[in-house]
Design a protein around this ligand. Structure first.
Ligand SMILES: *[C@@H]1O[C@H](CO)[C@@H](O)[C@H](O)[C@H]1NC(C)=O
Ligand SMILES: *[C@@H]1O[C@H](CO)[C@@H](O)[C@H](O)[C@H]1NC(C)=O
Ligand SMILES: *[C@@H]1O[C@H](CO)[C@@H](O)[C@H](O)[C@H]1NC(C)=O
Ligand SMILES: *[C@@H]1O[C@H](CO)[C@@H](O)[C@H](O)[C@H]1NC(C)=O
Ligand SMILES: *[C@@H]1O[C@H](CO)[C@@H](O)[C@H](O)[C@H]1NC(C)=O
Ligand SMILES: *[C@@H]1O[C@H](CO)[C@@H](O)[C@H](O)[C@H]1NC(C)=O
Length: 692
């Protein structure tokens, strides 16, 4: 070979801006594309057609997926006018001469994961001048194919093209791994069902197929939990998010009903996720992290450890079973997680017999298998059943993934070094704000990219190959160790947004398996366009039809006014002048919106029930001018033009009882209503502009 390797690499990089034939590099990368001549011009009139033979196949059905695709295509490509989806045995191109996107199945075609096991998530896209045909072996594969088309359209429009055209040729694509998920700690932080549904919709754009919902937990503070003669554990924040129906024998498990999902809330969230190809993997964490259960039934507690269950107390396991009895019928996933992390290593046999018993119980009750977190539970006489999938997160202890894989355990990679995030901050900045790009692109041994088969950054003997038969895939995790008031829900989205995309690439395509995998530069170029175009949700809280950068401009004086804008995402500047009427007027709202409120008292921001006072008391006899500046990192106010003294809205986080940490807060602008809730006084010169 005449070329030195580095020159060859340069050459490859130089021509990898676009695929041969004009396919844009997208997230995740597609496995292969063979160009042919011409292109499918996406005309203003396009017909989506579902093969009638398979329209009703699956849950959601191919027809359901087609309907969602139609709405998404309309959102991503505003110039198209789409008729309702048609069911037909023919490609209408032949029949009516309308450019057609045809969705069908080839159930005989077998797509394979990197380990050779079959997957129903693969698809082919055949593009000719007059039609696009997406064929999967199952509806889910077709669904991912529709994401591929939408991303191509979004990238072209994002680059300034006026018309979308798909290059003719043939795409063939399928994921390398079965499990490609992210975990949300909804135990220590409350999230509305609609927010979680939006996260699923967003993640599905990047072909993520699981949301692992950690739905019970407690804050961890040793002084509260283990203090001598201390009853602090009774008051430490603990939560269980599935709300039992009224009158249920386990009703007492959820005292804080305003922070739990009813059966209907959960079903709606689960359906939204499923409609987008995302399975909710629910987790109820026991026998550690169980303070919420012990606050309800203190007799189940392990002596001296209020967050641990005493597994040898006769009522404990029947109680845990009764909790699962209540909620198993809610869950559509074929698996559930029982958590089972961080329990006493000295009670290994109790632990192992508990997880094995729960595995058999849940299998017999609901036909579902279970997952547990890797945990150090050394026993000479017992072992965890091989029916149970182990989600590795921490070296060393019993949780050494290559050894588990060799013994025949199925493993999911959630190694914290690469894959953990913590809301707002972490102890001693152990974890980054979003998945660390340096680690993901070059943090594996030898400077290679991370992939689900990589557990250690330094030691190749701790890593396995992409085709390991027992490696199921990977889940990255966002924890909320500092509870409800550390972050708003949208701040959690800001941490997840890019993380989901980069993880989507690696969990689908791996590193150094396919020639077509993305480079970091390609990812960086595509991501902002795709984030902005991701359809079906508006987590960025973008306001359409803004004139210039002015969202609101209301020069008059108001006591109360409603607008048509529910909320505006940062960066923005909201300025106004306010004169509260009298001392009595220290209640009420200056502004309220879908994500936040601004109270007149102390200029307090409110988000998901949490209050963040600025500590500035407005005088009642004169106007004060306030301008609120927000980015995704912080929110501050300038009062009466005094730019030298910005006032920041903060939260105070108790870092595991070790120290208190001050953190900035980012709030969306509350724009739905001006005044209200008892506010008396005048607000004038209201202006909201984009840019912090
Ligand atoms: C667990 O419960 C058993 C049975 O009631 C009791 O004998 C034992 O002391 C308890 N252990 C702990 C650690 O609380
Ligand atoms: C890798 O595995 C060995 C045991 O097989 C262990 O001692 C070592 O600490 C591991 N950790 C990492 C991060 O590679
Ligand atoms: C739920 O109610 C409690 C008690 O009134 C309150 O402290 C909390 O902020 C509320 N949570 C939400 C999300 O509104
Ligand atoms: C205003 O906020 C400060 C700081 O959080 C607090 O100390 C004070 O009690 C609050 N005052 C009122 C009137 O709410
Ligand atoms: C948030 O919660 C912590 C305790 O977890 C508390 O110390 C703090 O005062 C709370 N409020 C704010 C606005 O930080
Ligand atoms: C809040 O953000 C400002 C602006 O970036 C920064 O200067 C300040 O250090 C931050 N404060 C905290 C507590 O993080």
């Amino acid at each position: 070979m005449a070329f030195p390797t580095s020159a060859l690499l340069l050459l490859l990089t130089a021509c990898s801006g676009v695929f041969a034939g004009g396919l844009e590099p997208q997230i995740p990368s597609v496995a292969s594309f063979k160009p042919s001549n011409g292109a499918f011009e996406l005309a203003p009139i396009v017909q989506i057609v579902v093969d009638i033979k398979y329209a009703a196949r699956g849950t959601p059905s191919l027809l359901d997926f087609a309907g969602t695709f139609r709405d998404d295509l309309q959102a991503v490509v505003p110039y198209v006018a789409l008729a309702p989806v048609l069911e037909s045995p023919f490609v209408p191109d032949i029949t009516f001469g309308i450019p057609t996107i045809y969705l069908t199945l080839d159930t005989a075609h077998e797509y394979k994961l990197f380990n050779g096991k079959p997957t129903d998530e693969g698809y082919n896209i055949q593009v000719s001048k007059s039609s696009v045909t997406i064929t999967g072996s199952a509806p889910l594969g077709v669904w991912w194919g529709t994401r591929t088309l939408l991303q191509q359209a979004a990238l072209q429009l994002g680059q300034g093209k006026k018309k979308v055209s798909f290059p003719a040729g043939s795409i063939s694509d399928s994921p390398g791994w079965e499990v490609r998920g992210f975990m949300l700690d909804a135990g220590r932080h409350w999230f509305e069902a609609s927010f979680i549904g939006d996260l699923c919709i967003y993640a599905s754009f990047f072909k993520i197929n699981e949301l692992h919902l950690h739905a019970s937990d407690n804050l961890w503070n040793p002084a509260f939990l283990y203090g001598e003669g201390n009853e602090g554990w009774k008051h430490l924040y603990a939560a269980f998010r599935f709300q039992p129906p009224p009158g249920s024998p386990i009703e007492g498990l959820v005292p804080r009903k305003n922070e739990s999902w009813t059966k209907q809330d959960f079903a709606a969230m689960q359906t939204t996720c499923a409609k987008h190809g995302v399975t909710i993997m629910p987790e109820i964490d026991t026998p550690g992290h169980s303070l919420v259960i012990n606050q309800w039934k203190p007799e189940l507690m392990e002596n001296g450890a209020p967050d641990h269950l005493n597994l040898s107390y006769p009522e404990t396991i029947p109680t845990i079973k009764s909790i699962w009895d209540q909620f198993l019928p809610w869950f559509s996933a074929s698996e559930v997680s029982i958590g089972a992390d961080e329990y006493d290593a000295s009670l290994a046999n109790d632990y192992i017999s508990f997880v094995n018993e729960m595995s058999s119980y849940i299998a017999s009750k609901a036909g579902k298998s279970i997952r547990i977190w890797g945990t150090n539970e050394p026993s000479k006489t017992m072992s965890v059943s091989k029916d149970i999938t182990i989600q590795h997160w921490d070296f060393p202890g019993d949780d050494i993934p290559v050894q588990l894989l060799k013994k025949g355990y199925r493993v999911i990679n959630s190694e914290q070094f690469f894959l953990y995030l913590d809301g707002k901050t972490s102890e001693d900045n152990q974890f980054p704000q979003e998945l660390n790009q340096d680690l993901i692109w070059a943090g594996a041994p030898g400077g290679k990219g991370w992939a689900p088969n990589i557990f250690s950054p330094t030691d190749p003997t701790n890593n396995t190959t992409p085709d390991d038969p027992n490696l199921r895939g990977s889940i990255f995790a966002l924890w909320n160790d500092w509870g409800n008031n550390a972050t708003t829900a949208l701040e959690i989205y800001y941490q997840l947004a890019r993380s989901i995309a980069v993880f989507g690439e690696k969990a689908w395509a791996g590193s150094d398996v396919r020639q077509t995998q993305l480079t970091r530069a390609q990812f960086d170029a595509a991501y902002p366009l795709l984030n902005a175009a991701a359809p079906g949700q508006n987590l960025n809280r973008v306001v359409k039809s803004v004139h210039g950068n002015i969202v609101l401009d209301l020069p008059g004086a108001y006591t109360s006014l409603k607008t048509l804008i529910p909320s505006v995402g940062p960066p923005y500047t909201l300025s106004f002048s306010v004169k509260p009427d009298s001392k009595a007027a220290s209640t009420g709202l200056l502004f309220s919106g879908a994500d936040s409120k601004l109270h007149v008292a102390n200029l307090t921001f409110e988000a998901t029930g949490q209050l963040y006072a600025l500590g500035y008391v407005l005088p009642t006899n004169k106007f004060t001018s306030v301008s609120v500046h927000a980015t995704r990192e912080y929110t501050y106010a300038i009062i009466n033009g005094d730019k030298a003294n910005p006032h920041y809205w903060y939260t105070l986080m108790d870092i595991w009882g070790d120290y208190m940490a001050l953190g900035n807060m980012s709030f969306a602008a509350p724009t739905a209503q001006i005044g209200g809730d008892g506010f008396r006084g005048t607000i004038k010169d209201i202006k909201l502009t984009l840019g912090g």
